[in-house]
Design a binder for this molecule. Structure first.
Ligand SMILES: O=C(O)CCC(=O)C(=O)O
Ligand SMILES: [Fe+2]
Length: 308
């Protein structure tokens, strides 16, 4: 743990296997950090700084492609596809790769961006997705264990799929901070985010904003996991603030509940002291609601959508 910043938790230990003393010690750090901050900085040497740098450099080239090329990134779900800079978020641009743990998906998107292909990029993306998904699964396993609900482990692990989302934030060329991405909580289960230069800020429970370290991996709890855990962990507001003349690149691996899976807190997590907080819901219905007028008008789209 570090004074003044996010808690730092080391997952690099070779002996970090479920059931080992090292595992139990990391698990209690994870639980404590997620109760208090809803996020933490993860150290994971397997996702080496060279590998992350290679992905961030590839993204720099990718975002330089002409708009027509980037528009090839499509999805049934608009928030999983290419998002161009918009008057409400003029510095922000992003692409999404659904099921990036399936090599074919990364490869075909890479081929459409850089015909006939870009092996360096697709290989480094494949590799980083594998490493970040290990962090995602370790954290989720630790959380279920720490709440004594291991019996749902398979159901929980099988109820999600991954999305890789890569972001570019154009330099504002100002010395004062400009909003790169407005404050929000993540909607999904767990996010493992890798940032290049500094810019990510997280709000503490006391309202204060703190800055994540440049080149760090940050793990967040999203609204869906918060609901499944019946509110036992914190979901933090966070945002990106930009200044100066350097563009910023980042990418995150998001575990998202599958379409058709109903997110509902297990009975073990509901009692007199912890009444059920949210209506059971399908993540895709929530995504749809999120883009409605009612959601835009509400203070928290998630709380409005799931209110009992
Ligand atoms: O780019 C970042 O560092 C943060 C992005 C983010 O919060 C998100 O995509 O949900
Ligand atoms: Fe986020």
């Amino acid at each position: 743990m570090e004074m003044g910043g996010l808690p730092v938790i080391d997952f690099s230990n070779q002996h970090l296997k479920p059931g080992s003393p090292d595992w139990d010690s990391v698990r209690s750090q994870v639980r404590q950090a997620l109760e208090e901050y809803g996020c933490f900085e993860a150290l994971y040497e397997k996702a080496s700084s060279e590998l992350r740098k290679a992905v961030l450099e590839g993204l720099e080239q990718l975002f330089e492609l002409p708009l027509e090329a980037k528009m090839k990134n499509v999805s049934d779900n608009p928030s999983h596809a290419y998002i161009a800079p918009h008057p409400n978020a003029p510095l922000y641009e992003s692409i999404g790769i659904e099921d990036p743990d399936v090599a074919q998906n990364v490869q075909s998107l890479t081929n459409s961006f850089w015909p006939p292909g870009n092996t360096t990029f697709s290989e480094s993306v494949g590799c980083v997705v594998e490493q970040l998904s290990e962090v995602d699964r370790m954290v989720r396993r630790m959380i279920l264990e720490s709440f004594g609900v291991e019996k749902y482990m398979d159901e929980h692990m099988n109820s999600t799929r991954y999305l890789l989302r890569a972001m570019k934030y154009t330099a504002p060329d100002t010395s004062e901070k400009k909003l790169g991405s407005k404050d929000h909580t993540d909607k999904n289960i767990v996010t493992v985010l890798c940032q290049g230069i500094q810019g990510l800020e997280i709000q503490l429970k006391n309202g204060e904003w703190i800055t994540a370290k440049p080149h760090s991996l940050t793990v967040f709890i999203g609204d869906s996991f918060y609901a499944w855990l019946n509110g036992r962990l914190h979901t933090p507001y966070h945002r990106v603030m930009m200044k100066g003349n350097e563009a910023r690149y980042s990418f995150g691996l998001f575990s998202n509940p599958k379409k058709g899976y109903i997110i509902k807190a297990p009975q073990e997590l509901i009692d007199e002291q912890h009444p059920l907080l949210f209506k059971p819901f399908d993540f895709y219905d929530f995504l749809q609601f999120f883009h409605s007028d009612a959601a835009r008008k509400s203070q928290s789209a998630f709380h409005t959508f799931c209110a009992i």
